[in-house]
Design a protein around this ligand. Structure first.
Ligand SMILES: [Ca+2]
Length: 297
């Protein structure tokens, strides 16, 4: 159970900002089956065997790849590949670029720009939505490069521009040499939806709504993980921890905590105050303790 800062404040009846910074997103892969290559600026027709065509970046096979022309003269940078993501615009959150897996990833992307458009991918106006660069270590040439947008963008089409690219390997140099061609084994993309979670909220063990159970003894909990110190994962995937006989719990007593992201936030001068709310489910204290209900610690 996660409560956004805005929602928590709304419950508390306080004024709160209309925007929540640092929203976190949940990503869902777009099937390559619904994507198609609109355009590549250049194709090697003969020098790479059956490889070369841009469509090979959408065939689900990391061993096949798009390759720009080099035979008989190298087509110069920049290069680009444009992909239609879907018939209707999607909320684009990330793009994954799987480098060519052969020749030490020669032609993999170095400096890039990501452009997107809505509408007909051949005639639409593209706008730059991200730029950056990927490192050129030979040792990591095969790893997927991911472009994550700061905020999702409505897009029907995505165009990856290679401003520069890395070659394969040169002697024992750990960094690849510069290259003029572009290659790409696989193009993938994810849609993004706001998860409602403020990632600035801390994650940790929560303990709230302390309740003593006065009519049971420790012995009755002997075979229950709530009755002795330890951690476990419940069948629903939730993580639990019980602590017994410490300064926190008191003597001959246990407290049980659940790993959670449930926090409330309220504004304070210069930032936010994060408070653990009192709605934690299932956390309790038991043992030979006094009969009382205690609120937040
Ligand atoms: Ca491929």
């Amino acid at each position: 159970m996660a409560v956004s800062a805005a929602a928590a404040l709304a419950v508390a009846g306080l004024a709160f900002p209309q925007t929540v910074a640092n929203a976190a997103y949940e990503y869902t892969p777009i099937s390559q089956d619904q994507m198609s290559v609109v355009e590549v600026d250049s194709v090697e027709l003969t020098g790479e065997g059956t490889n070369g065509p841009g469509e090979l970046a959408l065939d689900g096979n990391i061993d096949t790849y798009w390759h720009t022309k080099w035979q008989g003269g190298i087509d110069p940078l920049p290069h680009h590949i444009t992909v239609k993501l879907a018939d209707e615009a999607v909320s684009l959150g990330r793009v994954h670029l799987t480098p060519r897996q052969s020749s030490n990833g020669s032609g993999r992307v170095h400096e890039y720009e990501l452009h997107t458009a809505v509408g007909d991918c051949e005639t639409a106006t593209y706008a730059k939505v991200a730029e950056g660069s990927f490192p050129g270590e030979v040792a990591t040439y095969s790893e997927v490069r991911t472009i994550t947008l700061d905020e999702p963008v409505d897009a029907t089409c995505a165009k990856v521009v290679y401003l520069s690219s890395w070659g394969g390997a040169k002697g024992s140099d750990p960094i690849s040499p510069v290259e003029q061609v572009a290659t790409l084994a696989e193009f993938n993309a994810d849609t993004a939806t706001d998860s409602g979670v403020d990632p600035t909220d801390p994650v940790g063990w929560a303990f709230n709504n302390l309740t003593y159970l006065p009519f049971m003894t420790r012995a009755q909990w002997a075979n229950n993980p709530l009755g002795y110190t330890g951690t476990w994962t419940a069948t629903d995937g939730s993580r639990w921890r019980t602590e017994c006989d410490t300064a926190l719990t008191g003597k001959n007593t246990c407290r049980t905590f659940r790993w959670t992201t449930v926090y409330n936030a309220s504004p304070k001068p210069g930032g936010w105050l994060h408070v653990r709310p009192g709605e934690q489910v299932g956390v309790q204290q038991h043992g030979d303790a006094p009969t009382q209900l205690i609120g937040h610690r």
